[in-house]
Write a new protein. Sequence first.
Length: 436
Amino acid sequence: MKKIAVIGLGYVGLPLARLFATKFPVVGFDINQKRIDELRSGKDLTLEVEDDILNAVLVKENPFSVILSDSEGSQNRNGLFCSNQLTDIEEANFYIVTVPTPVDKNNRPDLTPLYKASETVGKVLKKGDIVVYESTVYPGVTEEECIPVLERVSGLKFNVDFFAGYSPERINPGDKEHTVEKILKVTAGSTPEIGKIVDAVYKSVITAGTHLAPTIKVAEAAKVIENSQRDINIAFVNELAKIFNILEIDTHAVLEAAGTKWNFLPFKPGLVGGHCIGVDPYYLAQKAQEHGYHPEIILAGRRLNDSMGEYVASQVVKTMIKKGINVAEAEVLMLGVTFKENCPDVRNTKIVDVVRALEDYGVKVSIYDPWANPAEVKHEYNLLCHPELVEGSRFDAVVLGVAHKEFLDLDLESLKKEKAIVYDVKGILEHSDGRL
Protein backbone atom coordinates (compact mmCIF):
# COMPACT_ATOMS: atom_id res chain seq x y z
CA MET A 1 0.00 0.00 0.00
CA LYS A 2 1.39 3.39 -1.00
CA LYS A 3 1.48 5.96 1.78
CA ILE A 4 1.93 9.31 0.02
CA ALA A 5 3.48 12.46 1.44
CA VAL A 6 3.16 15.64 -0.66
CA ILE A 7 5.81 18.22 0.22
CA GLY A 8 4.49 21.73 -0.44
CA LEU A 9 0.79 22.58 -0.40
CA GLY A 10 0.61 25.48 -2.85
CA TYR A 11 -1.03 25.78 -6.24
CA VAL A 12 0.48 22.45 -7.37
CA GLY A 13 0.72 20.40 -4.20
CA LEU A 14 -2.75 20.84 -2.75
CA PRO A 15 -4.77 19.80 -5.85
CA LEU A 16 -2.47 16.79 -6.25
CA ALA A 17 -2.70 15.81 -2.57
CA ARG A 18 -6.47 16.16 -2.67
CA LEU A 19 -6.69 13.94 -5.73
CA PHE A 20 -4.42 11.22 -4.35
CA ALA A 21 -6.36 11.28 -1.08
CA THR A 22 -9.38 9.85 -2.88
CA LYS A 23 -7.52 6.54 -3.26
CA PHE A 24 -4.54 6.64 -0.87
CA PRO A 25 -3.66 7.75 2.65
CA VAL A 26 -1.96 11.13 2.14
CA VAL A 27 -0.17 13.59 4.39
CA GLY A 28 0.26 17.05 2.94
CA PHE A 29 3.35 18.71 4.44
CA ASP A 30 4.07 22.45 4.41
CA ILE A 31 6.38 24.53 6.60
CA ASN A 32 3.85 27.39 6.68
CA GLN A 33 1.80 27.03 9.86
CA LYS A 34 -0.73 29.59 8.64
CA ARG A 35 -1.30 27.56 5.48
CA ILE A 36 -1.78 24.36 7.50
CA ASP A 37 -4.29 26.04 9.83
CA GLU A 38 -6.17 27.39 6.83
CA LEU A 39 -6.39 23.99 5.14
CA ARG A 40 -7.36 22.19 8.33
CA SER A 41 -10.29 24.60 8.61
CA GLY A 42 -11.41 23.45 5.16
CA LYS A 43 -10.42 26.59 3.28
CA ASP A 44 -8.03 27.02 0.35
CA LEU A 45 -7.25 30.69 -0.21
CA THR A 46 -5.55 29.91 -3.54
CA LEU A 47 -9.05 28.85 -4.72
CA GLU A 48 -7.57 25.87 -6.57
CA VAL A 49 -9.62 23.36 -4.56
CA GLU A 50 -13.22 24.20 -3.73
CA ASP A 51 -14.17 23.97 -0.08
CA ASP A 52 -16.64 21.08 -0.47
CA ILE A 53 -14.14 19.04 -2.49
CA LEU A 54 -11.38 19.71 0.06
CA ASN A 55 -13.56 18.85 3.03
CA ALA A 56 -14.61 15.60 1.38
CA VAL A 57 -11.07 14.20 1.78
CA LEU A 58 -9.78 15.98 4.90
CA VAL A 59 -9.19 13.78 7.95
CA LYS A 60 -8.31 14.88 11.48
CA GLU A 61 -5.86 12.07 12.20
CA ASN A 62 -2.79 10.92 10.32
CA PRO A 63 -4.12 8.21 7.98
CA PHE A 64 -0.74 6.42 7.99
CA SER A 65 -1.29 5.33 11.57
CA VAL A 66 -5.04 4.72 11.48
CA ILE A 67 -5.79 1.13 10.56
CA LEU A 68 -9.28 -0.11 9.74
CA SER A 69 -10.30 -3.74 9.53
CA ASP A 70 -12.51 -5.22 6.87
CA SER A 71 -13.40 -8.69 5.63
CA GLU A 72 -10.12 -8.93 3.73
CA GLY A 73 -7.88 -7.91 6.62
CA SER A 74 -6.33 -4.60 7.58
CA GLN A 75 -5.95 -1.54 5.41
CA ASN A 76 -5.00 2.11 5.74
CA ARG A 77 -7.72 4.71 5.64
CA ASN A 78 -7.66 7.05 2.65
CA GLY A 79 -7.81 10.79 3.15
CA LEU A 80 -5.72 13.95 3.43
CA PHE A 81 -4.09 15.08 6.65
CA CYS A 82 -2.26 18.42 6.60
CA SER A 83 0.73 19.00 8.83
CA ASN A 84 3.95 20.93 9.34
CA GLN A 85 5.40 18.27 11.65
CA LEU A 86 8.19 16.09 10.24
CA THR A 87 7.09 13.12 12.37
CA ASP A 88 3.81 12.98 10.45
CA ILE A 89 5.53 11.96 7.20
CA GLU A 90 7.93 9.41 8.71
CA GLU A 91 5.75 6.46 7.69
CA ALA A 92 5.34 7.55 4.07
CA ASN A 93 6.91 5.42 1.36
CA PHE A 94 6.08 7.59 -1.66
CA TYR A 95 7.19 11.23 -1.41
CA ILE A 96 6.15 13.89 -3.94
CA VAL A 97 7.99 17.22 -3.91
CA THR A 98 5.96 20.15 -5.30
CA VAL A 99 7.86 23.22 -4.12
CA PRO A 100 8.34 26.30 -6.35
CA THR A 101 11.41 26.82 -8.54
CA PRO A 102 11.82 30.59 -8.98
CA VAL A 103 14.60 32.69 -10.46
CA ASP A 104 16.61 35.34 -8.60
CA LYS A 105 16.81 39.05 -9.43
CA ASN A 106 19.32 38.23 -12.20
CA ASN A 107 16.99 35.58 -13.68
CA ARG A 108 19.21 32.73 -12.54
CA PRO A 109 17.51 29.53 -11.31
CA ASP A 110 17.07 29.47 -7.55
CA LEU A 111 17.03 25.84 -6.37
CA THR A 112 16.91 26.73 -2.67
CA PRO A 113 13.33 25.48 -2.14
CA LEU A 114 14.26 22.18 -3.80
CA TYR A 115 17.37 21.77 -1.65
CA LYS A 116 15.37 22.49 1.52
CA ALA A 117 12.58 20.09 0.53
CA SER A 118 15.13 17.38 -0.29
CA GLU A 119 16.74 17.85 3.13
CA THR A 120 13.32 17.48 4.74
CA VAL A 121 12.60 14.24 2.89
CA GLY A 122 16.13 12.97 3.51
CA LYS A 123 15.56 13.14 7.28
CA VAL A 124 12.76 10.58 7.07
CA LEU A 125 13.84 8.56 4.02
CA LYS A 126 13.87 4.76 4.47
CA LYS A 127 14.94 1.77 2.45
CA GLY A 128 12.58 1.08 -0.44
CA ASP A 129 11.09 4.59 -0.50
CA ILE A 130 10.46 6.48 -3.75
CA VAL A 131 10.87 10.27 -4.06
CA VAL A 132 9.13 11.93 -7.01
CA TYR A 133 9.80 15.54 -8.00
CA GLU A 134 7.17 17.66 -9.75
CA SER A 135 8.91 21.05 -9.64
CA THR A 136 9.89 22.49 -13.02
CA VAL A 137 13.65 22.26 -13.52
CA TYR A 138 16.29 22.01 -16.21
CA PRO A 139 17.37 18.51 -17.30
CA GLY A 140 19.58 16.89 -14.69
CA VAL A 141 18.42 18.69 -11.53
CA THR A 142 16.67 15.67 -10.01
CA GLU A 143 19.63 13.31 -10.30
CA GLU A 144 22.51 15.79 -10.12
CA GLU A 145 21.23 18.26 -7.50
CA CYS A 146 18.43 16.69 -5.46
CA ILE A 147 19.55 13.07 -5.17
CA PRO A 148 22.94 13.98 -3.61
CA VAL A 149 21.07 15.91 -0.91
CA LEU A 150 18.84 12.91 -0.21
CA GLU A 151 21.88 10.63 0.00
CA ARG A 152 23.82 12.98 2.25
CA VAL A 153 21.02 13.56 4.74
CA SER A 154 19.63 10.02 4.81
CA GLY A 155 22.88 8.08 4.55
CA LEU A 156 21.18 5.82 1.99
CA LYS A 157 22.40 4.91 -1.50
CA PHE A 158 20.45 5.97 -4.59
CA ASN A 159 18.95 3.17 -6.71
CA VAL A 160 20.03 0.66 -4.08
CA ASP A 161 18.29 1.78 -0.88
CA PHE A 162 15.86 4.34 -2.30
CA PHE A 163 14.63 5.42 -5.72
CA ALA A 164 13.43 8.53 -7.53
CA GLY A 165 10.94 9.64 -10.12
CA TYR A 166 9.87 12.76 -11.96
CA SER A 167 6.39 13.83 -13.04
CA PRO A 168 6.26 17.48 -14.08
CA GLU A 169 3.31 19.50 -12.84
CA ARG A 170 0.80 20.72 -15.39
CA ILE A 171 -1.41 22.80 -13.15
CA ASN A 172 -3.07 25.80 -14.76
CA PRO A 173 -3.99 28.16 -11.87
CA GLY A 174 -7.59 29.35 -11.95
CA ASP A 175 -8.62 26.84 -14.63
CA LYS A 176 -11.64 24.87 -13.40
CA GLU A 177 -11.95 22.93 -16.66
CA HIS A 178 -8.41 21.54 -17.05
CA THR A 179 -7.97 20.26 -13.51
CA VAL A 180 -5.08 18.01 -12.51
CA GLU A 181 -6.85 14.71 -13.18
CA LYS A 182 -7.94 15.87 -16.65
CA ILE A 183 -4.45 16.70 -17.91
CA LEU A 184 -2.30 13.88 -19.26
CA LYS A 185 0.67 13.32 -16.96
CA VAL A 186 4.26 12.63 -17.97
CA THR A 187 6.03 10.23 -15.61
CA ALA A 188 9.54 8.79 -15.26
CA GLY A 189 11.58 6.69 -12.85
CA SER A 190 15.24 6.29 -11.92
CA THR A 191 15.11 2.69 -13.20
CA PRO A 192 12.74 1.07 -15.72
CA GLU A 193 11.03 -0.85 -12.92
CA ILE A 194 10.58 2.24 -10.74
CA GLY A 195 9.27 4.13 -13.78
CA LYS A 196 6.46 1.58 -14.09
CA ILE A 197 5.63 1.89 -10.39
CA VAL A 198 5.56 5.71 -10.53
CA ASP A 199 3.45 5.60 -13.67
CA ALA A 200 0.98 3.17 -12.10
CA VAL A 201 0.53 5.35 -9.01
CA TYR A 202 -0.29 8.40 -11.12
CA LYS A 203 -2.38 6.44 -13.59
CA SER A 204 -4.63 5.32 -10.73
CA VAL A 205 -5.93 8.89 -10.27
CA ILE A 206 -5.22 10.71 -13.56
CA THR A 207 -8.27 10.05 -15.74
CA ALA A 208 -6.61 11.67 -18.77
CA GLY A 209 -3.90 9.01 -18.67
CA THR A 210 -0.12 9.07 -18.40
CA HIS A 211 2.95 8.99 -20.63
CA LEU A 212 5.93 7.07 -19.27
CA ALA A 213 9.10 8.79 -20.45
CA PRO A 214 12.26 6.65 -20.83
CA THR A 215 14.34 8.68 -18.36
CA ILE A 216 13.99 11.38 -15.74
CA LYS A 217 16.02 13.82 -17.87
CA VAL A 218 13.64 13.34 -20.80
CA ALA A 219 10.68 14.14 -18.54
CA GLU A 220 12.47 17.20 -17.12
CA ALA A 221 13.30 18.46 -20.61
CA ALA A 222 9.75 17.87 -21.85
CA LYS A 223 8.33 20.06 -19.11
CA VAL A 224 10.74 22.94 -19.52
CA ILE A 225 10.21 23.16 -23.29
CA GLU A 226 6.40 23.20 -22.97
CA ASN A 227 6.48 26.65 -21.43
CA SER A 228 9.50 27.81 -23.42
CA GLN A 229 7.56 27.12 -26.61
CA ARG A 230 4.60 29.22 -25.39
CA ASP A 231 6.95 31.99 -24.30
CA ILE A 232 8.56 32.20 -27.74
CA ASN A 233 5.19 32.23 -29.53
CA ILE A 234 3.86 35.00 -27.29
CA ALA A 235 7.08 36.96 -27.83
CA PHE A 236 6.47 36.73 -31.57
CA VAL A 237 2.96 38.20 -31.38
CA ASN A 238 4.18 40.84 -28.88
CA GLU A 239 6.72 41.93 -31.47
CA LEU A 240 3.97 41.95 -34.09
CA ALA A 241 1.91 44.20 -31.81
CA LYS A 242 4.79 46.67 -31.59
CA ILE A 243 5.20 46.67 -35.38
CA PHE A 244 1.51 47.04 -36.14
CA ASN A 245 1.11 49.82 -33.57
CA ILE A 246 3.78 51.79 -35.43
CA LEU A 247 1.99 51.08 -38.72
CA GLU A 248 -1.36 52.02 -37.12
CA ILE A 249 -2.83 48.60 -37.90
CA ASP A 250 -5.15 46.77 -35.48
CA THR A 251 -3.09 43.80 -34.25
CA HIS A 252 -6.11 41.84 -33.07
CA ALA A 253 -7.83 42.28 -36.43
CA VAL A 254 -4.69 40.99 -38.14
CA LEU A 255 -4.55 37.93 -35.86
CA GLU A 256 -8.24 37.26 -36.42
CA ALA A 257 -7.75 37.33 -40.19
CA ALA A 258 -4.64 35.15 -40.06
CA GLY A 259 -6.44 32.75 -37.73
CA THR A 260 -8.81 31.73 -40.49
CA LYS A 261 -6.05 29.40 -41.75
CA TRP A 262 -6.38 25.97 -40.14
CA ASN A 263 -2.78 25.70 -38.92
CA PHE A 264 -2.25 29.26 -37.66
CA LEU A 265 -1.47 29.18 -33.93
CA PRO A 266 -3.91 31.35 -31.90
CA PHE A 267 -1.53 33.30 -29.66
CA LYS A 268 -2.29 36.85 -28.51
CA PRO A 269 -0.02 39.66 -27.31
CA GLY A 270 0.19 40.24 -23.59
CA LEU A 271 2.16 40.34 -20.38
CA VAL A 272 3.91 37.04 -19.64
CA GLY A 273 4.09 36.49 -15.90
CA GLY A 274 3.29 33.73 -13.45
CA HIS A 275 5.32 30.89 -12.04
CA CYS A 276 5.88 28.96 -15.29
CA ILE A 277 6.02 30.66 -18.69
CA GLY A 278 7.90 33.70 -17.43
CA VAL A 279 10.41 31.59 -15.50
CA ASP A 280 10.98 28.17 -17.09
CA PRO A 281 12.91 29.35 -20.18
CA TYR A 282 15.63 30.72 -17.89
CA TYR A 283 16.12 27.23 -16.46
CA LEU A 284 16.71 25.73 -19.90
CA ALA A 285 18.95 28.63 -20.91
CA GLN A 286 21.05 28.20 -17.75
CA LYS A 287 21.68 24.53 -18.48
CA ALA A 288 22.55 25.24 -22.12
CA GLN A 289 25.03 27.95 -21.13
CA GLU A 290 26.70 25.62 -18.60
CA HIS A 291 27.47 23.36 -21.55
CA GLY A 292 28.84 26.17 -23.70
CA TYR A 293 25.78 26.91 -25.85
CA HIS A 294 24.16 30.34 -25.88
CA PRO A 295 20.44 29.93 -26.68
CA GLU A 296 19.61 32.91 -28.88
CA ILE A 297 15.90 32.42 -29.62
CA ILE A 298 14.91 31.46 -26.09
CA LEU A 299 16.65 34.43 -24.49
CA ALA A 300 15.50 36.84 -27.20
CA GLY A 301 11.92 35.82 -26.48
CA ARG A 302 12.50 36.33 -22.76
CA ARG A 303 13.99 39.79 -23.27
CA LEU A 304 11.10 40.88 -25.44
CA ASN A 305 8.43 39.57 -23.08
CA ASP A 306 10.17 41.01 -20.03
CA SER A 307 10.15 44.43 -21.71
CA MET A 308 6.40 44.50 -22.32
CA GLY A 309 5.46 46.10 -18.99
CA GLU A 310 7.50 49.18 -19.79
CA TYR A 311 6.14 49.18 -23.34
CA VAL A 312 2.53 49.11 -22.12
CA ALA A 313 3.24 52.01 -19.76
CA SER A 314 4.77 54.05 -22.59
CA GLN A 315 1.70 53.42 -24.75
CA VAL A 316 -0.63 54.50 -21.97
CA VAL A 317 1.36 57.71 -21.48
CA LYS A 318 1.43 58.46 -25.23
CA THR A 319 -2.34 57.99 -25.43
CA MET A 320 -2.81 60.34 -22.47
CA ILE A 321 -0.58 62.99 -24.05
CA LYS A 322 -2.58 62.84 -27.29
CA LYS A 323 -5.71 63.60 -25.24
CA GLY A 324 -4.00 66.61 -23.66
CA ILE A 325 -3.72 65.05 -20.19
CA ASN A 326 -0.95 66.36 -17.94
CA VAL A 327 0.96 63.14 -17.23
CA ALA A 328 2.93 64.50 -14.27
CA GLU A 329 -0.28 65.09 -12.31
CA ALA A 330 -2.31 62.19 -13.70
CA GLU A 331 -4.17 59.59 -11.65
CA VAL A 332 -4.39 56.14 -13.22
CA LEU A 333 -6.55 53.20 -12.18
CA MET A 334 -4.97 49.80 -12.79
CA LEU A 335 -7.63 47.11 -13.03
CA GLY A 336 -6.03 43.91 -11.79
CA VAL A 337 -2.67 42.92 -10.36
CA THR A 338 -2.72 39.11 -10.45
CA PHE A 339 -0.75 37.38 -13.20
CA LYS A 340 -3.91 36.07 -14.90
CA GLU A 341 -7.67 36.46 -14.84
CA ASN A 342 -10.01 34.99 -12.21
CA CYS A 343 -7.13 33.79 -10.06
CA PRO A 344 -5.58 35.21 -6.86
CA ASP A 345 -2.00 34.26 -7.84
CA VAL A 346 0.32 37.29 -7.87
CA ARG A 347 3.60 35.40 -8.33
CA ASN A 348 5.82 37.07 -10.93
CA THR A 349 2.98 39.27 -12.15
CA LYS A 350 4.07 41.66 -14.88
CA ILE A 351 1.34 44.14 -14.00
CA VAL A 352 3.83 45.36 -11.40
CA ASP A 353 6.24 46.26 -14.21
CA VAL A 354 3.54 48.46 -15.76
CA VAL A 355 2.82 50.13 -12.43
CA ARG A 356 6.51 50.81 -11.75
CA ALA A 357 7.04 52.24 -15.23
CA LEU A 358 3.99 54.51 -14.93
CA GLU A 359 5.24 55.76 -11.56
CA ASP A 360 8.56 56.60 -13.23
CA TYR A 361 6.60 58.97 -15.48
CA GLY A 362 5.27 60.71 -12.36
CA VAL A 363 1.84 59.08 -12.56
CA LYS A 364 -0.08 58.18 -9.40
CA VAL A 365 -1.39 54.63 -9.78
CA SER A 366 -4.26 53.10 -7.82
CA ILE A 367 -4.64 49.32 -8.04
CA TYR A 368 -8.04 47.64 -7.80
CA ASP A 369 -8.23 43.85 -7.73
CA PRO A 370 -11.05 41.91 -6.02
CA TRP A 371 -9.12 38.63 -6.43
CA ALA A 372 -5.73 39.55 -5.02
CA ASN A 373 -4.80 39.42 -1.34
CA PRO A 374 -3.82 43.01 -0.40
CA ALA A 375 -1.44 41.79 2.31
CA GLU A 376 0.34 39.52 -0.17
CA VAL A 377 0.67 42.32 -2.74
CA LYS A 378 2.05 44.61 -0.06
CA HIS A 379 4.52 41.97 1.15
CA GLU A 380 5.73 40.91 -2.30
CA TYR A 381 5.79 44.26 -4.11
CA ASN A 382 5.25 46.97 -1.47
CA LEU A 383 2.19 48.17 -3.39
CA LEU A 384 -1.28 49.06 -2.10
CA CYS A 385 -4.05 46.98 -3.63
CA HIS A 386 -7.70 47.83 -3.04
CA PRO A 387 -10.27 45.00 -2.97
CA GLU A 388 -13.02 47.53 -3.66
CA LEU A 389 -13.37 50.81 -5.52
CA VAL A 390 -14.00 53.98 -3.56
CA GLU A 391 -17.38 55.29 -4.63
CA GLY A 392 -17.14 58.43 -6.72
CA SER A 393 -13.48 57.97 -7.66
CA ARG A 394 -12.45 59.42 -11.03
CA PHE A 395 -9.24 58.91 -12.97
CA ASP A 396 -7.31 60.37 -15.91
CA ALA A 397 -6.73 56.86 -17.27
CA VAL A 398 -8.19 53.42 -16.68
CA VAL A 399 -5.96 50.49 -17.64
CA LEU A 400 -7.50 47.05 -17.97
CA GLY A 401 -4.53 44.92 -16.95
CA VAL A 402 -6.26 41.65 -16.05
CA ALA A 403 -9.50 40.30 -17.51
CA HIS A 404 -11.24 39.40 -14.25
CA LYS A 405 -14.93 38.62 -14.78
CA GLU A 406 -15.81 41.49 -12.43
CA PHE A 407 -14.21 43.97 -14.82
CA LEU A 408 -16.15 42.87 -17.89
CA ASP A 409 -19.37 44.45 -16.60
CA LEU A 410 -17.71 47.43 -14.94
CA ASP A 411 -18.99 50.86 -15.99
CA LEU A 412 -15.68 52.31 -17.10
CA GLU A 413 -17.25 55.62 -18.17
CA SER A 414 -18.23 56.31 -14.56
CA LEU A 415 -14.56 56.02 -13.56
CA LYS A 416 -13.26 58.56 -16.07
CA LYS A 417 -12.53 62.23 -15.68
CA GLU A 418 -13.51 64.55 -18.54
CA LYS A 419 -10.59 63.82 -20.91
CA ALA A 420 -9.72 60.40 -19.49
CA ILE A 421 -8.60 57.44 -21.59
CA VAL A 422 -9.13 53.68 -21.37
CA TYR A 423 -6.24 51.41 -22.32
CA ASP A 424 -6.98 47.73 -22.90
CA VAL A 425 -3.96 45.49 -22.24
CA LYS A 426 -6.02 42.33 -22.83
CA GLY A 427 -7.65 43.45 -26.08
CA ILE A 428 -11.15 42.41 -25.02
CA LEU A 429 -13.04 45.70 -24.56
CA GLU A 430 -15.44 46.79 -27.29
CA HIS A 431 -14.36 50.41 -26.95
CA SER A 432 -11.00 51.75 -25.78
CA ASP A 433 -8.56 54.53 -26.62
CA GLY A 434 -5.69 52.10 -27.06
CA ARG A 435 -4.84 48.45 -26.71
CA LEU A 436 -1.89 46.13 -26.89
